[in-house]
Design a protein around this ligand. Structure first.
Ligand SMILES: [Zn+2]
Length: 328
């Protein structure tokens, strides 16, 4: 069972969203009009994931005692249709800590009424965004409500964490904003608070959160973006993006890289499921891999998919909530 410190939950929704969009950019032709915008969004998405990983790295190495639980990339439904996404949660017997990562570099300035964060260059405001501290307070209040409705009454603290070491002109007093290098000290201080839960109660709380996760599922992405799947060749590709040539029943090769590849199935199927459809028929599989029905059934049966239909109309379905099962 997961739960002890250091064992942070596996690859979360953010990771898979980055992975899926990498596959999207890999198969999308250069002339696709949505490409520029998608590339720009993907850059931000990857920076966000890198920031989250940096914070988790510090949490893993911050010497948390065994009665603490770290949860990453947690999405909870507050009321039907309204969710909050928490980058990192630390459950301790004394306090729950929320850490919200931000990757904004440069010179920053917090202003009030309305609460905003401004990015300044040569004395000019070049970007103005919602104040991350105000967003953090919203998340804290939402989590408090969510916990109260489930019978938990635990203080909630935490902070916004800037992972890119920006120059912050002034941080208004009391605003929950720190830089990554201050995180370790912040945690050490929080661990001195007086416990309000036993080890067992922390575990119950962790399991309540884990069993309530409600990740945002944008798949299949072609439907989300309105892209025609017929425009794309769904065959296996090399990591360089080039379509592989089949040279025998079990072997493919990449011409530019000169590589031989024996098992392109998982990556190719992940691309299909994340981009095109949550199901695949044996026939579709055989077309993609230019293989016999027997090979198709053999490969599909050993994957974490649900088999449906019967005989000739057999198809396989993925559960987007269990993408981690595909990690080798
Ligand atoms: Zn290649």
């Amino acid at each position: 069972m997961r739960g002890t410190v250091g064992e942070i939950t596996k690859k979360g929704a953010t990771y898979w969203n980055v992975f899926a969009h990498e596959r999207l950019l890999e198969v999308l032709p250069d002339w696709e009009i949505k490409r520029n915008e998608l590339e720009h969004q993907q850059k931000n998405r990857k920076a966000g994931l890198a920031g989250e990983e940096r914070v988790l790295e510090v949490l893993r190495s911050s010497g948390l005692p065994n009665d603490c639980v770290v949860l990453s990339d947690t999405t909870l439904e507050i009321i039907p249709g309204v969710t909050i996404q928490l980058d990192a949660l630390v459950l301790t017997p004394a306090v729950i800590l929320i850490f919200e990562t931000k990757q904004i570099a440069g010179r920053l300035r917090f202003v009030q009424n309305p609460a905003q964060l401004e990015k300044v260059e040569d004395g000019k405001i070049i970007l103005s965004m919602d104040c991350p501290a105000a967003q953090f307070e919203d998340q804290r209040a939402s989590l408090e409500t969510w916990l109260r409705m489930r019978g938990f009454s635990v203080p909630i603290g935490g902070s916004v964490v800037f992972t890119t070491n920006p120059i912050i002109e002034t941080i208004p007093k009391g605003l929950p904003v720190i830089k990554l290098r201050e995180l370790r000290g912040f945690i050490a201080k929080s661990l001195q608070f007086i416990p309000v839960m036993s080890l067992q109660e922390v575990e119950i709380l962790a399991n309540t959160i884990r069993s309530s996760l409600s990740p945002y599922i944008p798949y299949p992405l072609f439907r989300k973006y309105g892209i025609d799947p017929e425009r794309v060749d769904w065959g296996p590709r090399c990591d360089c993006g080039y379509l592989l040539d089949k040279i025998s029943e079990m072997t493919w090769s990449c011409r530019p890289c000169g590589l031989r590849i024996k098992d392109p199935y998982i990556k190719t199927l992940m691309t299909w499921f994340l981009l095109r459809s949550n199901t695949i028929t044996v026939k579709q599989f055989c077309i993609i891999f230019q293989c016999s029905r027997r090979t198709g059934v053999r490969v599909l049966n050993r994957l974490p998919l649900t088999r449906k239909g019967n005989a000739r109309s057999t198809y396989y379905e993925i559960d987007y909530r269990q993408l981690d099962l595909f990690e080798r």
